[in-house]
Design a protein around this ligand. Structure first.
Ligand code: NAI
Length: 337
């Protein structure tokens, strides 16, 4: 029976790269039944809500979604898309794999970043502090790290390593300075790591040194787990090691659902021109197929996709080619076996 999956094409280049992805999955024979829903500006246009209840209800039903990039409307009264999704589905693990397809500056990068998605400095507890007559003399942002949140994300990283034949988990922190919040994350990480001793190697890095090691010798890293803010920054750094945002997929896993997406945004500068690279969303769809248990088709799509890029004859502009989104999509489909 076909697996129901919520499809949110998104804004800007979203509908075009979503169409490309749907075409490739259909050509590969993926047994998926798309439930098309809107969000972002398309949600505002249709329901005056960037994250309409109908869309949330669909994900509650299917528990799996593929999401194109969304434009967050500026202005009061609109719900934040990411906050609504994160809260409704408790999407605590943000997983971003990045690997070398075409050797460039680095030949052999294969890193999966696991970022805690619900805690840390991004919980949104902030305020100004009035001193004297100045109501904004200072500003304070609160970072919350919990034992529960740390345990589940570090455990997620180790379980991911085991399920995907990975050798090592690197925990990234700043416990030397932030002794309480980052210290708790590190303590919990060490405790969880002991449970996996002999099965998965474990190492620790301080965030600033990690940023340097990543650009000097990224090949040494495998699975990397860290807190929200550090994960946000490192994941973009890591995508830059392997060719940039056009090839960077991401997934958000929670207790109640999994949402797969491209890391990039709506690319308004190239929207409607049929030149966007659908690669990041295609790779996100492959992660989605892995998740619903169709690893075989995920692998054959990845092979066709990588083959097209290595061949180099049909590439979109961001990868140095002159081909359109449709031509690139056709080239990937032609390689499916
Ligand atoms: P962006 O990622 O949309 O674009 C940055 C640059 O990368 C642009 O030059 C764009 O043309 C290029 N680019 C991005 N994806 C590409 C692709 N698939 N193929 C070829 N080139 C590509 O970031 P920007 O401009 O900062 O944000 C634009 C909008 O996207 C904003 O409204 C922002 O809020 C939204 N956004 C949404 C995200 C999401 O829904 N997950 C994530 C990031 C931004």
């Amino acid at each position: 029976m076909a697996t129901p999956v919520t499809l949110i094409p998104g804004d800007g280049i979203g509908p075009s790269i979503a169409d490309a992805t749907v075409r490739i999955l259909a050509a590969a024979g993926a047994d998926v039944e798309w439930d098309r829903q809107v969000a972002g500006m398309a949600g505002v246009a249709r329901w005056n809500d960037p994250i309409p209840d109908a869309t949330l209800d669909s994900i509650k039903r299917t528990r799996v979604a593929l999401k194109g990039p969304l434009e967050t409307p500026v202005g009061e009264g609109f719900r934040s898309i990411n906050v609504a999704l994160r809260k409704t589905f408790d999407l605590y693990a943000n997983v971003r794999p990045a690997y070398t397809i075409v050797p460039g500056r680095f030949d052999n990068v294969d890193i999966v970043l696991v970022r805690e998605n619900t805690e840390g400095l991004y919980i949104g507890v902030e305020h100004y502090v009035k001193i004297g007559d100045d109501p904004k003399a200072a500003a304070e942002s609160v970072a919350i790290i919990t034992r529960h949140g740390s345990e589940r994300i570090v455990r997620y990283a180790f379980e991911y390593a085991i399920a995907n034949n990975r050798q090592k988990v690197t925990l990234v922190h700043k416990a030397n300075i932030l002794k309480f919040s980052q210290g708790l994350f590190l303590d919990v990480g060490r405790m969880i790591a002991r449970e996996y001793e002999g099965r998965v190697q474990f190492e620790e890095r301080i965030i600033d040194a990690m940023a340097m090691h990543l650009v000097m010798r990224p090949e040494q890293f495998d699975v990397v787990v860290t807190t929200n803010l550090f994960g946000d920054i490192l994941s973009d750094e890591i995508s830059g090691l392997v060719g940039g945002l056009g090839l960077a997929p991401g997934a958000n896993f929670g207790t109640n659902a999994a949402i797969f997406e491209a890391v990039h945004g709506t690319a308004p500068d190239i929207a409607g021109k049929n030149i966007a690279n659908p690669g990041a969303l295609v790779l996100a769809a492959c992660m989605m197929l892995d998740h619903i248990g169709d690893r075989g088709r995920a692998t054959s799509i990845r092979n066709a996709f990588e083959g097209t890029i290595r061949d180099g004859a049909v590439l979109t502009r961001d990868l140095g080619g002159t081909s359109t989104t449709d031509q690139f999509t056709d080239a990937v489909i032609a390689r499916l076996v």
